[in-house]
Design a protein around this ligand. Structure first.
Ligand SMILES: *[C@@H]1O[C@H](CO)[C@@H](O)[C@H](O)[C@H]1NC(C)=O
Ligand SMILES: *[C@@H]1O[C@H](CO)[C@@H](O)[C@H](O)[C@H]1NC(C)=O
Ligand SMILES: *[C@@H]1O[C@H](CO)[C@@H](O)[C@H](O)[C@H]1NC(C)=O
Ligand SMILES: *[C@@H]1O[C@H](CO)[C@@H](O)[C@H](O)[C@H]1NC(C)=O
Ligand SMILES: *[C@@H]1O[C@H](CO)[C@@H](O)[C@H](O)[C@H]1NC(C)=O
Ligand SMILES: *[C@@H]1O[C@H](CO)[C@@H](O)[C@H](O)[C@H]1NC(C)=O
Ligand SMILES: *[C@@H]1O[C@H](CO)[C@@H](O)[C@H](O)[C@H]1NC(C)=O
Ligand SMILES: *[C@@H]1O[C@H](CO)[C@@H](O)[C@H](O)[C@H]1NC(C)=O
Ligand SMILES: *[C@@H]1O[C@H](CO)[C@@H](O)[C@H](O)[C@H]1NC(C)=O
Ligand SMILES: *[C@@H]1O[C@H](CO)[C@@H](O)[C@H](O)[C@H]1NC(C)=O
Ligand SMILES: CC(=O)N[C@H]1CO[C@H](CO)[C@@H](O)[C@@H]1O
Length: 494
C-alpha cells in the first residue's frame, strides 16, 4: 500500500464520512486487464441498498472494487444472494467498520486482483469468523491487511496464509504472535516481546519517534528478514539478534541508516544465504566484523552497496590496524583494513613477522617479486581475506616470486570473499614450480575452498599439453614472444 492511500485509511478511521471525498478511492476506472463483458462491471464501489441493485450478480467475474463499510445497510444473509456467483473480483476489496460476523457471503470468491487499494479487513467489531479467506488467492504483490477486528482470532489464518501472501495483521483479538511478523509504526504497539520469530520478519514505515524497544528481545529470526522504508539511523534495536536462518536478509531504502551495529549477531544459515543492502544513507558502512560474519557464512553479497566503517576498537577487543608500510605496522594486529603488499621492499624490512597473528585482511593480499621468501609461514594465522568493493583483481595474488616454492596457508578457512564471489586465487609467473601435479593444486584449492588460477590454467590442466584455444594459450604466446626479446636484452648486457 502506498503512503497516500495509507493516510486515506487513517482519515477514514477518524471520520468515516470523509471516505466519500478521499482522493485515493478512485472514481470507477475500468482496470486495463479486465476483459469481462461490460455488463459485469460494478462501478459504484460502495455497497449499500442503493447501489446493490446495479451489482451484476449473475457474473462469475466482476470488474470493479468493492467496499463494505458503516454505510452498508444490508445484512449478511441479504448479501449472500447477490454474491453467490462471484468467483473472480478483478479489483480490490475493503471491509471496514461493518457489523458483519463473518464474510461467508463471499464464500464462492476465489480470486481478488487486489489492485489500487488492496485487500483490507479492519475495525469490524463483530467479526469473529474469517475462515472463508483461506481459500482466496490474490496477485502475489498484494498485502493482506487485517487489523483491529477486536473479536477476531487471526492466529490460524496467519499460519495458513503467511507462506503464500504478505500479511499486515495487528490489533485483532489474536494476531500472528511471533509468526510471520510485519512491523510498522501502527502495528508495533501490538507486537509481543518475541525472542524468536518464525515465518519471516518485515520492518517498515518506522519513523524516528516510533518506540521499537520490543525488537530488542529478538534472538532468532527464522525466515526471510527485510527492513525497508524506515527513518532509522542504525539497527541497534537488533543488538541481541544471534541467528537469521531464512536464507535472505534485505535492508534497503532507509535514507538515514548509517550502520547496522548488530552487537551479538553471529550466525547466518544456511550456506547459500543472500544479503541485499542498498539505497540507504550514502555513507552507510558495515563494520569489519559484520563483513566477517557474512564471509564466515559464505553469503552472497553481490547485492550489497556499502563501505567498510573505520572503527577504532572492535567489540571483541581484537586489534584492528590500517594497512601500512611494514615499518609502521603495529606488531600485534589481528585484523588489517586495506591492501597488504608483500614485495622485495617489504622483505628487506625484516618485519614480515608482524603478519604472524593476523587472521583477517579486509582488502587484498599480494605477494609479488620477492627474492628470498620460500614459504608463507608469516601468514600462518590467516583465516580469510574479504572486501566489499565490486571490481578488483583476485583478492589473493602470488606473482613473480623468485624463491617461493610452498604456498601452504594452513588456517585459511574461507575462499577470498567479495561481492564478485569468484573465490579466485591467482598464482602466476613465479620462478619455481609451485604445483607439480594437479593433485598438489587441488589439495591447496580444497583446503582454501577457492578456485586456483595457476599460470593462467586451472588445477586439472596442470601438466597437460597445451592445446590451441586453452586459457594457457596467452601465457604460452607471451613466453614465446618474450623469450627472444629477453635473450636479446641479456645479450646486450654482455
Ligand atoms: C482478471 O485479472 C487476472 C489477473 O490480472 C487476469 O488474468 C484475468 O484475465 C482478468 N479477468 C478478466 C475477466 O479480465
Ligand atoms: C488452515 O489450518 C487448519 C489448521 O491447521 C487446517 O485444518 C486447514 O485445512 C487449513 N486451511 C487451509 C486452506 O490451508
Ligand atoms: C527525524 O528525522 C528527520 C530527518 O529524516 C529529522 O529532520 C528529524 O529531526 C528527526 N526527528 C527526531 C526526533 O530525531
Ligand atoms: C542508534 O539509534 C538510536 C535510536 O534508534 C540512537 O538513540 C542511538 O544513538 C544510535 N546509535 C548510534 C551509534 O548511532
Ligand atoms: C539454496 O537456497 C535455495 C532456496 O533459495 C534452496 O532451495 C537450496 O536447497 C539451497 N541450496 C543449498 C545447497 O543450501
Ligand atoms: C548472488 O545473488 C544474485 C542475486 O542477488 C544472483 O544474481 C547471483 O547469481 C548470485 N551469485 C551466486 C554465486 O550465487
Ligand atoms: C636476499 O638474499 C640475498 C643474499 O642473502 C641478499 O643480498 C638480498 O638483499 C636479499 N633480498 C631481499 C629482498 O631481502
Ligand atoms: C609446505 O609447508 C607445510 C608447512 O608449512 C608443510 O606441511 C607441507 O608439507 C609443505 N609442502 C610441500 C610440498 O613441501
Ligand atoms: C578436492 O575436492 C574435490 C571435490 O570435493 C574432490 O573430488 C577431490 O578429490 C579433492 N582433491 C583432493 C586432492 O583432495
Ligand atoms: C579446467 O579448464 C579446462 C579447459 O579450459 C576445462 O575443460 C575444465 O572444465 C576446467 N576444470 C575445472 C575444474 O574448472
Ligand atoms: C625480484 C625477482 O627476482 N623477481 C623475479 C621473480 O620471478 C620472475 C619470473 O621468473 C622474474 O621475472 C622476476 O625478475
Amino acid at each position: 500500500m502506498n503512503s497516500i492511500s495509507y493516510s486515506c485509511f487513517l482519515l477514514t478511521y477518524i471520520i468515516p464520512s470523509v471516505i466519500l471525498q478521499c482522493g485515493t478511492v478512485p472514481n470507477y476506472i475500468r482496470t486495463e486487464n479486465c476483459f469481462s463483458e461490460p455488463e459485469c462491471d460494478f462501478k459504484h464501489i460502495f455497497v449499500s441498498s442503493d447501489t446493490i441493485k446495479l451489482y451484476p450478480s449473475s457474473c462469475e467475474t466482476v470488474c470493479g472494487d468493492l467496499v463494505f463499510d458503516a454505510n452498508t445497510d444490508l445484512s449478511e444473509s441479504e448479501l449472500t444472494g447477490y454474491f453467490q456467483n462471484l468467483k473472480f473480483l478483478n479489483g480490490s476489496l475493503r471491509v471496514e467498520l461493518t457489523n458483519f460476523k463473518s464474510l461467508d457471503f463471499l464464500s464462492s470468491l476465489e480470486y481478488i486482483q487486489c489492485a489500487d487499494f488492496g485487500l483490507l479487513i479492519t475495525r469490524n467489531s463483530k467479526l469473529i469468523n474469517l475462515d472463508v479467506i483461506e481459500n482466496w488467492k490474490t496477485d502475489a504483490s498484494c498485502v493482506w491487511h487485517i487489523q483491529e477486528n477486536v473479536k477476531l482470532n487471526a492466529e490460524v489464518l496467519c499460519m495458513n496464509v503467511s507462506s503464500r501472501y504478505e500479511l499486515d495483521v495487528y490489533g485483532n483479538l489474536k494476531d500472528c504472535g511471533c509468526h510471520s511478523v510485519h512491523i510498522n509504526s501502527l502495528s508495533i504497539p501490538y507486537f509481543p516481546k518475541c525472542t524468536s520469530v518464525t515465518g519471516g520478519l518485515k520492518v517498515t514505515n518506522i519513523n524516528n519517534n516510533t518506540k521499537i524497544g520490543a525488537l530488542t528481545f529478538l534472538k532468532t529470526v527464522d525466515g526471510p528478514m527485510e527492513i525497508y522504508d524506515t527513518l532509522m539511523t542504525n539497527l541497534s534495536c537488533f543488538r541481541n539478534l544471534e541467528t537469521i536462518s531464512g536464507g535472505v536478509l534485505k535492508i534497503h531504502d532507509n535514507p538515514n541508516l548509517n550502520y547496522l551495529n548488530w552487537g551479538g549477531f553471529t550466525k547466518l544459515v544456511p550456506d547459500n544465504f543472500t544479503v541485499h543492502i542498498f539505497n540507504n544513507h550514502p555513507e552507510f558502512c558495515l563494520f569489519a566484523w559484520e563483513l566477517q560474519t557474512f564471509a564466515e557464512a559464505n553469503a552472497n553479497i553481490s547485492g550489497v552497496d556499502a563501505k567498510i566503517c573505520h572503527e577504532i576498537l572492535r567489540r571483541d577487543m581484537e586489534i584492528t590496524c590500517e594497512a601500512n608500510s611494514f615499518d609502521l605496522l603495529p606488531s600485534n594486529c589481528i585484523h588489517i583494513l586495506g591492501d597488504v603488499i608483500v614485495n622485495s621492499e617489504a622483505e628487506k624490512t625484516d618485519n614480515l613477522w608482524k603478519l604472524e597473528k593476523v587472521t583477517n585482511i579486509f582488502g587484498s593480499l599480494t605477494i609479488e617479486k620477492t627474492e628470498n621468501i620460500t614459504n608463507l609461514r608469516f601468514l600462518r594465522s590467516l583465516e580469510r581475506i574479504a572486501r566489499l568493493k565490486k571490481d578488483h583483481p583476485p583478492l589473493l595474488r602470488i606473482l613473480s616470486n623468485k624463491s617461493l616454492k610452498n604456498v601452504s596457508l594452513p588456517n585459511m578457512r574461507n575462499a577470498p570473499y567479495s561481492p564478485k564471489h569468484d573465490r579466485l586465487i591467482e598464482i602466476s609467473g613465479n620462478s619455481l614450480e609451485i604445483f607439480k601435479t594437479p593433485d598438489d593444486c587441488s589439495i591447496f584449492q580444497n583446503s582454501t575452498k577457492s578456485v586456483i588460477l595457476y599460470n593462467g590454467r586451472n588445477c586439472t590442466e596442470i601438466g597437460m599439453p597445451e592445446l590451441p584455444g586453452n586459457v594457457g594459450l596467452s601465457a604460452k604466446w607471451s613466453a614465446v614472444l618474450l623469450f627472444p626479446l629477453f635473450s636479446f636484452l641479456t645479450l646486450m648486457k654482455k
